[in-house]
Design a protein around this ligand. Structure first.
Ligand SMILES: Cc1cc2nc3c(=O)[nH]c(=O)nc-3n(C[C@H](O)[C@H](O)[C@H](O)COP(=O)(O)O)c2cc1C
Length: 189
C-alpha cells in the first residue's frame, strides 16, 4: 500500500486529470514517498445505499465491489489526492461514489481518515472548477483531515487529452502542490 494515494475520478483513465495527478505524484516520489495512482474510470458506479451496514460491520461497504478495495488503500495512505474533471461544474459520479461510500465507511470505522492529508485537483475546459474543488474539500474538512494549498487553486485548463501540458501555470500549480504535500507530510511525521 502506498503512502500517497491518488484517485482519478475521470472516466478517461489517462486523460488530463491523470496527468495532473502524476505531476504531483512525481514530486512525492522524488522526495522518497511511495505513491500510487488508482483509476476509477471504466468501473461500474454505484452510490451509497444508506443501508447503514458499515456501522454494523465496520470497515466494509455492503456493496462488495471495487470501492472496498479503494477504501482499504485510503485507510492505509497518509495522503489522499483526489482528482476529477469538471462535469457541468461538478465532480464525476465515479469520484462522488467513492467520497460518499468510503466517507461513510470511514466514519463507522473509528473515523479512519482523521489527520490524514487531503488534496483535490481538477481539470477544466473553461469554468466550474472551483465548485469541484470545494466539493472535494468539503469531504476532507468534515473528516478531520488537513488540507495543503498551492500557488493557485489546484486546477488546470484543458479540454482534449494532452491539453494539460499546454497550461504552464496549471503544471506549476501541481508541482507546488506536490512540494507542499511533501513539506507537510515531513512535519506531521
Ligand atoms: C459531461 C461533460 C461535462 C463537462 N462539463 C464541463 C464544465 O462544466 N466546464 C468546463 O469547463 N468543462 C467541462 N467539460 C470538459 C472537461 O472538464 C475537460 O475536457 C477535462 O479536461 C476532462 O478531463 P479528463 O481528460 O481527465 O477526463 C465537460 C466534459 C464532459 C465530458
Amino acid at each position: 500500500m502506498a503512502q500517497v494515494l491518488a484517485i482519478n475520478g475521470s472516466p478517461r483513465r489517462n486523460g488530463n486529470t491523470a496527468h495532473m495527478l502524476n505531476t504531483v505524484l512525481a514530486v512525492c516520489r522524488q522526495a522518497g514517498l511511495s505513491a500510487e495512482l488508482y483509476q476509477a474510470g471504466g468501473r461500474e458506479v454505484r452510490g451509497c445505499l444508506a443501508c447503514g451496514s458499515c456501522y454494523q460491520k465496520p470497515g466494509r461497504c455492503a456493496q462488495d465491489d471495487w470501492v472496498n478495495e479503494v477504501y482499504a488503500k485510503m485507510k492505509e495512505a497518509a495522503v489522499m489526492l483526489l482528482g476529477s474533471p469538471t462535469y457541468f461544474a461538478d465532480l464525476t459520479p465515479e469520484l462522488k461514489a467513492i467520497i460518499d461510500r468510503c466517507g461513510y465507511v470511514s466514519r463507522g470505522d473509528g473515523k479512519a481518515f482523521s489527520r490524514k492529508i487531503g488534496a483535490a485537483v481538477c481539470a477544466v475546459r473553461r469554468a466550474g472548477s472551483l465548485h469541484v474543488l470545494d466539493s472535494i474539500q468539503h469531504f476532507f474538512l468534515i473528516n478531520d483531515m488537513i488540507v495543503p494549498g498551492s500557488s493557485y487553486w489546484n486546477m488546470s485548463l484543458a479540454r482534449d487529452i494532452g491539453d494539460y501540458g499546454k497550461d504552464a501555470e496549471g503544471a506549476a500549480t501541481m508541482a507546488r502542490l506536490g512540494e507542499n504535500i511533501v513539506w507537510l507530510a515531513q512535519k506531521l511525521k
